[in-house]
Design a protein around this ligand. Structure first.
Ligand code: SAM
Length: 221
């Protein structure tokens, strides 16, 4: 099948180009062992996030949706020892697994995990006048993506980068019969990306071990 072919190529690319070291592989495995859903980014996607962070010279990163901390490890490595990642997770069990994974990967000191609903937690960060983030990765529930984008805009500066995952959803985003909250949230997010004068943006479809989906990437003007 197409999905098997995509997964085979992903495995080849990860093997040839990206590499996934023991700490990353262990983080993924521990998530599975603890019963967390296998919805972390793929290794080549994690490497993509890390490269974007480095290209942007990011020192401060905000992540919506931690899960087992897999993408968080990539981002924490990218910001370096003097950098900082704040990652927000609603499920305390996920946050606990992530804390173990981040500490085991040796990046625990540069990551703060905020446990709570991202709308509340990040609004609190914005209200507190938190220093702007250089990169925001939006990867929590999809229904709230437009609200997360608005919050991200309160917590960034000109030149900051905003990335959103899962914005194609096996094509559901153009299926008029799909009016689920997730798909509606993604559509509104994409509409905002395309029309908000504060942003310039594009979307790339992705295929691979995570199926058919897409990454949105935007720069704050
Ligand atoms: N970024 C992770 C990675 O690539 O390794 C994957 C994150 S997973 C796709 C989404 C996470 O968002 C889940 O752990 C889920 O519990 C969390 N989540 C869902 N709704 C949330 C909310 N309203 N606020 C904060 N976290 C939420």
């Amino acid at each position: 099948s197409a999905e098997q072919a995509w997964s085979g190529v992903d495995a080849y690319l990860v093997d040839e180009v990206v590499g996934e070291d023991d700490a990353l592989a262990a983080a993924r495995a521990r998530g599975r062992e603890r019963g967390l859903p296998p919805i972390d980014v793929a290794p080549n996607q994690g490497a993509f996030l890390a490269l974007v962070a480095q290209l942007a010279g990011a020192r401060r990163v905000l992540e919506f949706g931690t899960l087992a901390g897999y993408s968080t490890i990539w981002l924490a490595r990218a910001v370096g020892a003097s950098g900082h990642v704040t990652t927000v997770e609603r499920d305390p069990r996920h946050a606990e697994v992530a804390r173990g994974n981040l500490d085991a990967a040796g990046v625990g000191e540069r990551v703060r995990i905020e446990v709570g609903a991202a709308l509340d937690v990040v609004a609190g960060l914005a209200d507190a006048g938190t220093e702007p983030y250089d990169l925001v990765f939006i990867d929590a529930d999809k229904a709230n993506m437009p609200a997360y984008l608005e919050l991200a805009l309160r917590l960034t500066r000109s030149g900051s980068v905003i990335v959103g995952d899962n914005v194609v959803r096996r094509g559901a985003v153009v299926d008029p019969s799909d009016q689920s909250p997730d798909v509606a949230g993604v559509r509104a997010f994409l509409h905002d990306l395309g029309t908000d004068p504060r942003l310039e943006a594009t979307v790339l479809q992705t295929v691979g071990s995570k199926g058919w989906d897409g990454f949105a990437i935007a720069r704050v003007r």
